[in-house]
Design a protein around this ligand. Structure first.
Ligand SMILES: [Zn+2]
Length: 245
């Protein structure tokens, strides 16, 4: 049975001279892997080769046996073309789709995350500075964790629940504990890393992230990269572009 949905391409690979295998994030069916026969032909029902960030309306046939679905149509809307105009923005976008690809399971719909992803890609393509793009990436990454029910505890110690305030002598983040850790509890968390108070203050009040300075935004991203690395068991591919400074 043919199904219709909206989709954004997370990954693509050539299958033959004319065909592609694509991983799509769809709004109502979650992530799907599909064969797009003839997608690289000049005339096809896919509006040309499918690229990462290709977005639009699709028609596909779900496979019955856990194998590849078959993509029959892809009406592409070229709304993310600006992503390739600025390398840093492009890297943020690639990082976002990599995380979506790694955290989602096939046929497990996350419509809110789909909307957040599309909005993120639409916004990040217009930024003129690295800092603006990075701040939005941080917010997207926290949204993603939230969507999977693993929102880190960022306004209090994850262990003793003491609310974060400026009087804390030291503040840490633990991936194992999934949140901030205070000076009295830090001994129990072998994986903790120390944060500056500025960074902790920003994390504890997300409205401040968009006003964070470059150093703080980079420190937050470093913590998130560390956290994603722990959750995934290895560093995300795009992480190297965000932790070198
Ligand atoms: Zn504590």
């Amino acid at each position: 049975m043919l199904k219709k949905d909206k989709a954004v391409c997370l990954r693509k690979a050539d299958y033959s001279e004319t065909s592609q295998v694509v991983t799509l994030f769809t709004r109502s069916h979650g992530k799907i892997s599909a064969m797009a026969k003839g997608a690289k032909r000049a005339k096809s029902s896919f509006d040309g080769p499918i690229e990462i960030f290709s977005y639009g309306d699709i028609v596909f046939a779900e496979s019955s046996s856990q194998k590849l679905s078959t993509l029959t149509e892809f009406h592409q809307k070229p709304i993310f073309l600006g992503l390739r105009n600025r390398l840093y923005n492009l890297n943020c976008a690639l990082f976002s789709v990599e995380l979506v690809e790694k955290f989602t399971h096939e046929y497990d719909p996350h419509p809110e995350l789909f909307d957040s992803t599309v909005n993120f890609l639409a916004d990040v393509q217009h930024f003129k500075t690295d800092l603006e793009a990075l701040s939005l990436l941080v917010i997207f990454q926290l949204t993603l964790l939230n969507d999977f029910g693993t929102k880190p505890v960022l306004n209090a110690c994850t262990n003793c629940k003491t609310e974060f305030n400026e009087n804390w002598r030291a503040v840490f983040f633990s991936s194992m504990g999934n949140g901030l850790v205070c000076q009295d509890c830090e001994a129990a968390y072998a994986d903790k890393i120390r944060l500056s108070k500025n960074t902790a203050a920003c994390l504890s009040d997300l409205r401040r992230i968009s006003q964070a300075d470059e150093r703080t935004a980079n420190e937050i991203e470093k913590i998130l990269v560390y956290h994603f690395t722990e959750l995934l068991g290895k560093p995300p591919r795009m992480a190297k572009h965000f932790v070198k400074r």
